[in-house]
Design a protein around this ligand. Sequence first.
Ligand SMILES: [Zn+2]
Length: 398
Amino acid sequence: MATAICPRCTNNPELARLIQASGTAKRCTLCKTRQTVLTAEQIGSILNKNLREIWGKPEDSGHNHTLSLREIVQKAVGDSGEWVDEIINGLIRAEKHNLDKRSTAFWKKQGQYVKKEINAQEHYKEWKRVEEELRYSRKFFSERAKDFFDTLFGDIDDLVVVAHGKRQRVVQDIPKSEVFYRARLCKPSELKAIQQDPVGHLGPPPRDKASAGRMNAEGVVVLYMAFDEETCLAEMRPPLGCQSAIIQVKTKRDLRILDFSLLERVHCEINYFHQDFLSEVKKRGFLRALHQLISQPVMPGMETDYIMTQAMAEYLSSVHCHPVDGIKFSSAHRKNGFNLVLFPNKEITGKKKPEMGSLFGVEYVEDSLKFKQTADIIYQYKNLSFYLLNDGQIGFAQ
Ligand SMILES: [Zn+2]
C-alpha cells in the first residue's frame, strides 16, 4: 500500500496544515490509524514544483555548495525517516509524469544541486511602474504605490535574518544614549555663529528651508545622520580646503528603525509547503536586492531619481500600520559606512519652531561641536566590464 502521512505524524506545521486541508481519509502508514492523509506521491508532486524554484544544477551556477536530493527533501519535510525515500520516489515520478519524452529529468536520486539566484524581475518591474506613475502624475503618493509597499513591507515586523552569527529582526530598537553624527559645510563667515549655537545651525532645518533628499521631498523635515564621523563628513562631499562643522547627537529614547542593510541577508528558502510559496520567495528575492536599489548613488542634477525612496520613506513613517522612527542604509559615499535618517513625530510637525528632542527623539551632545577642513580626497577606481543580458538589462563582471 502506498505510504501516506497524517498531520500528526509530520514535524512540519505547513505540511500538517496542507494535509488537513487537502487530504483524504485513509490509514496513516506511521501511526497506523485512520486519519486525513496525503500520500508520499502527492507530497512529492508539490515538492517537485516548489523545489524547482530554488534549486538548480551546479553547472548553471557560479558557486559550488551542493546538496544531494535526499538532503534537500529531508530539510524540506523536516524529517529523516524512511518515508522520506517514498517522497523522493513520488517527486521523481511526478516530474516524469509532466515531462515530454525528449527532455531529460532534472531530479535524480544521486543528483547534486545548488541554490539558484531568485528572479525578482516582477517586483523590479512594479518598482519601475510605480516610479513612473509618481513621476508623471506628480502625485506624492498613489494607491499603486501603497499596494506595492504593502506587499513588500506588510509583515516586515516578523522578518528575522541571521547576521553575524545571530538571529536579528530587520526592525530593531536603537536604545537610549546611542551616539550619531551630523555635519554641514560652512563658510568662514559662519564659524562664529555656529560656535555660539551648534544646534541652531546643525539641527533640523525649518520647513521652508528643507530641500529634497534621498528620503524626503522638499519641505519635509527629516534628520539625516551617520553612524560614524568619517561617513558623516563624506556624505557632505566637501571639496578640498572646504570647512565643515560636525556634531554628535544621542538618542533620548528607544527608536524603532528598519535596517535595510539586513535585508540583504533575508532568507529566500521558506517552508516549501507555505500556501503562497512562490510569491513569498519572489518577494524575499526582491527584498534582498532592495538595499542596493535604495542606497545607490544619484548623480548630481538627477535628484528626481529619489522619487521612489522618498515615497517609500513616507510610507514607512506614516502609512505603514506600525510606522518606524527611521531607516538605516548604506552610505553611497563611503564604503562600509551607514546612515540613519529619522522621521519627525507627526503629532508635533505642525508646530512653528519644533525642537530636535521632541521632533526626533535625539539631543545634542554638549561640547561635541568640531570644525574640520578637507585636507585631501582620495578616490580609488577599478576597471569596469559589463555585458548585455537577454532581456536588455546590463550585467557586471566581478
Ligand atoms: Zn499518522
